[in-house]
Design a protein around this ligand. Structure first.
Ligand code: NAP
Length: 454
């Protein structure tokens, strides 16, 4: 290593919020002693901010301005369009970097495990969200919007995002950066009712209040909540005591139950105490069978849904499971199947749950703690990981020269997409947006993204 080379080379894998906060914390903490390569599978950075945040939540995306500062930092190099596991293995990274921080998120959906789940017309919210946000892997997704009723299983913020996109008019969505293919397809939507279904009660819902409130303010849809489904058991109320969000959610839901419909073209229903048992249909979903539940407090303090034995069948031609994300194991990296995270101690990867730390290997974000929290939650999470890295004695890599990894990629025929190329692609997308009164028009095809960047 030459004298001018930084003392510590770190590869951060995944340029979503956790990856950016990790890179930012590294340069803030270690200054010129560190250089960071931000390795990203897609040409465009920002991960879930670009491909997860709903198109009509434009303000939430302004956080990318902070990420751009990190991208512009001379100590940070963006290696886009480089697939970890295929173009670069963990072994390669360990040869060229003192430390590796995996910030790859949890890109996959959780399953319901009920019959009929794979019928046409049954989709995961994860793929629908990726489709309407122009994720290159999902642009060909078939979304049969020739339905009257769509059911969304799960009472978290993703279920709300999916519901808003289904409920809004094309005119409302056409001023956002929603994918053109989604906008065209949504123009032909025949959906009238969207039913959000929770297996437990309102006090156990995972919505944030701001997002929940929005459902009662939709220009194109009335909100329907059944008062009889809003009675928490005393233990539920005790469990949310002091929890401002959960308490407010309950208030908002009670107000929704009283809100008189005004005859808007679409209807959003929020139902509770119902678990999916089966998706029925002949060649396509036509109904969802739901078990009616009651709540029961468990000795460990948790509130469980217990089937009453009664069922309800809801006609529906489109079903989205919105029951959370799940990380998948990465080649050569320990994985806790039960929790679907990489086992770790405050970010230090462990050889197994409760095992010894693997020197120089770290995690941040959802792959570290599971798919919870909001974008900002990843900042503290990444800072905690970087604090561990700074404390640790790092293994000496065989060849830490910054050029070494580029040479390896070139030998494999891989040309990383640079921050300069991203800046050009960004300009192309925002210019196309400005021409049509939208924040940007995203390119959804990797080939087109590379071409646009020159
Ligand atoms: P989530 O908040 O964890 O909600 C998942 C929902 O699925 C829960 O209601 C859960 O119920 C339910 N569920 C799980 N397994 C089920 C099953 N087998 N049958 C029926 N229901 C089941 O997950 P998410 O909505 O995917 O959101 C992920 C994270 O991203 C959250 O932290 C969320 O706040 C965040 N996010 C934020 C925004 C925003 O700020 N605007 C937007 C989108 C996402 P139980 O509680 O009973 O398990």
């Amino acid at each position: 290593m030459s004298n001018s080379a930084p003392a510590i080379r770190v590869a951060v894998v995944g340029a979503g919020p956790a990856g950016f906060y990790a890179a930012e914390a590294l340069v803030k903490t270690l200054g010129d002693a560190v250089s960071v390569d931000l390795v990203e599978r897609l040409p465009a950075p920002y991960g879930l901010v670009r491909y997860g945040v709903a198109p009509d939540h434009e303000k939430m995306k302004s956080v990318t301005r902070l990420y751009d500062r990190t991208l512009a930092d001379p100590r940070v190099r963006f290696l886009g369009n480089v697939d970890f596991g295929r173009d670069l293995t963990l072994e390669d990274l360990r040869r060229h970097y003192h430390a590796v921080i995996l910030a790859v998120g949890s890109a996959h959906d959780r399953r319901l495990g009920v019959p009929g789940e794979d019928l046409p017309g049954s989709l995961s919210a994860t793929e629908f969200v990726a489709w309407y946000n122009s994720h290159p892997d999902y642009r060909e997704l078939e979304v049969p919007l020739d339905a009257k009723t769509a059911v969304v299983i799960g009472v978290g913020n993703v279920a709300i995002d999916v519901t808003r996109v289904l409920a809004k008019t094309v005119a409302e969505l056409s001023v956002t950066d929603i994918a053109d293919h989604a906008l065209d397809h949504l123009a032909g939507s025949t959906i009238e009712d969207i039913v959000i279904v929770g297996r437990r009660g309102p006090a156990e819902s995972k919505f944030t209040t701001k997002e929940l409130r929005e459902l009662g303010e939709l220009a194109n849809a009335d909100i329907f909540v059944r008062e009889e489904e809003l009675h928490p058991i005393p233990e539920s109320l005790a469990a949310i005591e002091g929890d401002v969000n959960a308490t407010k959610n309950l208030e908002v839901l009670r107000a929704f139950a009283k809100q008189a419909p005004t005859g808007k073209p679409r209807r959003v229903h929020i139902r509770f105490l119902l678990s999916p048992l089966e998706l029925r249909g002949n060649g396509r979903v036509s109904s969802v069978v739901l078990a009616k539940n009651r709540l029961e407090a468990r000795p460990d303090g948790s509130i469980a849904a217990v089937a009453t034995g009664e069922t309800e069948e809801l006609d529906a031609q489109l079903v989205f499971r919105s029951v959370g994300y799940r990380a998948k194991p990465l080649a050569g990296v320990p994985f806790d199947e039960r929790r679907a995270v990489v086992p770790n101690d405050r970010g230090r990867v462990l050889a197994g749950a409760g095992g010894a730390p693997v020197p120089g290997l770290y995690v941040a974000g959802w792959v570290k703690r599971g798919p919870s929290g909001v974008i900002g939650t990843n900042k503290a999470c990444a800072m905690e990981t970087v604090a561990r890295l700074v404390e640790d004695e790092l293994p000496e890599p065989v060849d830490p020269r910054p050029e070494a990894v580029l040479e390896l990629l070139a030998a494999r025929g891989v040309k990383p997409f640079t921050a300069q190329q991203w800046a050009r692609l960004d300009a192309v997308e925002t210019a196309a947006g400005a021409a049509s009164g939208r924040p940007r028009v995203k390119l959804a095809d990797v080939g087109a993204m590379l071409d646009a960047a020159g």
